[in-house]
Ligand binder design. Structure first.
Ligand SMILES: Cc1cc2nc3c(=O)[nH]c(=O)nc-3n(C[C@H](O)[C@H](O)[C@H](O)COP(=O)(O)O)c2cc1C
Length: 375
């Protein structure tokens, strides 16, 4: 181990006693490697098995907790007990080499393309047909349907059931997906959540759904106090020119979630790990770290392509997440640990146009891997 990267390679202990051996993680990425129904087959086992050396903490791509929240064909499915056996095999390959493995729990909300195609509508806090630019994948095909209170409670219970399945499958924890415009974020956003009941309105009420999900997951996994629970969020939202929420709002959410008690808070940004919100002198990562204090660890992501990037990013969070870089360099952290950081392959192509990757490669894993091989 070189002294230069010592901190990166030093183990880190979460508040619940669980620890990771390196301060790096594989960020959640749907790479369309599950089988058509979302079960785990050879492709998923190969994709994650190949990446057991990439980081100390490995997080799966988003796994849908209900079919109505399924966004992508071939995303991992955790909505039924029948998936547990495959997930058990997945946990085993991800945990090889002493890593910790976590499943990202997901409901696609208004962005659930697969659900739209299969059920003719998507589940959303409010039944509003937003303009195309308010969607991650611009389209006018979505039919958002307002969730009833009964259904809201069912979805919360589905997150808890997903966490239980992850636990049964041998995973070390779960990450609750509260980012990237999916269902939890849609509840938090004043733009997409126009409800007037206890699930919408004031900031306090818009926080209710994400917080209830965290509480339910905690309750479902309480027999295992060392089970890691992470929460991922996007720090700001402006959709179709309208502010859904600000960094200040997010810091209040993060504060509440840290009070409920999680192992880590994961800030999702697509720009760069040292990016700052407008009007702030500190980075997104630093602001979150200051707010959370010693109540939870923090993860920052985006634009890490070299060992020096990773070292620098540690000024902004406790753990550094690897996204596109991990697709092209499965041995990222291992190469640093072995004193060969200069041998790390760089992903330049995927930086150029993530949307292209999603739309052109996303639906066809064979093509996706063919392209990956060319990088
Ligand atoms: C192919 C691909 C799939 C992704 N899927 C997810 C996902 O399932 N869940 C999630 O929270 N973020 C997802 N993201 C966002 C990444 O986790 C990450 O935040 C983003 O790629 C920025 O990090 P990077 O610059 O290291 O790639 C995805 C990104 C890519 C490129």
């Amino acid at each position: 181990m070189t002294d230069q990267y010592k901190k990166l390679l030093t183990s880190l202990k979460f508040n619940n006693g669980q620890s990771i051996k390196y301060r790096t993680c594989l960020t959640p990425m749907v790479t369309y490697v599950a089988e058509k129904d979302g079960s785990i087959g050879d492709l998923a086992l190969k994709f994650y098995g190949d990446r057991s050396d990439v980081a100390g903490l490995l997080i799966t791509g988003a796994a849908n907790v209900v079919q109505a929240g399924k966004a992508y064909e071939r995303q991992i499915n955790i909505s039924d007990d029948k998936y547990i056996s495959g997930l058990t095999r997945l946990a085993k390959v991800m945990k090889a080499d002493g890593n910790k493995a976590v499943v990202q729990l997901h409901h696609g909300g208004k962005e659930a393309m697969w659900a739209q195609e299969n059920f003719g509508h998507v589940e959303s806090p409010s039944g509003i047909d937003f303009p195309a630019e308010a969607y991650t994948f611009p389209s006018d095909m979505y039919q958002p349907e307002e969730l009833t209170e009964t259904r809201i409670l069912e979805i919360i219970a589905a997150f808890a059931a997903g966490a239980k399945r992850a636990m049964e499958a041998g995973f070390d924890g779960v990450e609750i997906h509260g980012a990237n415009q999916y269902l939890l974020q849609s509840f938090f956003s004043a733009y997409t959540n126009r409800r007037t009941d206890k699930w919408g309105g004031s900031l306090e009420k818009r926080m209710r759904f994400p917080i209830e999900v965290v509480k339910a997951v905690k309750e479902a996994t309480k027999e295992r106090p060392d089970f890691i629970i992470g929460y991922r969020f996007s720090p700001e939202e402006t959709l179709a020119g309208k502010v859904g929420y600000t960094m200040e709002d997010s810091l209040q959410l993060v504060d509440k979630i840290a009070d409920v008690g999680v192992s880590y808070i994961h800030t999702s940004i697509f720009s760069h790990f040292d990016a700052k919100p407008k009007g702030y002198s500190q980075s997104f990562g630093e602001l979150v770290k200051n707010k959370v204090g010693d109540r939870a660890k923090t993860i920052i992501v985006s634009g890490v392509h070299t060992a020096d990037d990773a070292k620098e990013a540690l000024d902004h969070a406790d753990i550094i997440a690897l996204g596109r870089e991990a697709l092209v360099e499965p041995q990222f952290t291992k190469k640093i640990a072995e004193g060969k950081p200069e041998e790390i392959k760089r992903s330049a192509k995927y930086e150029q146009d993530t949307n292209l990757l999603f739309t052109e490669l996303g639906k066809d894993p064979a093509k996706f891997f063919e392209e990956l091989d060319k990088v």
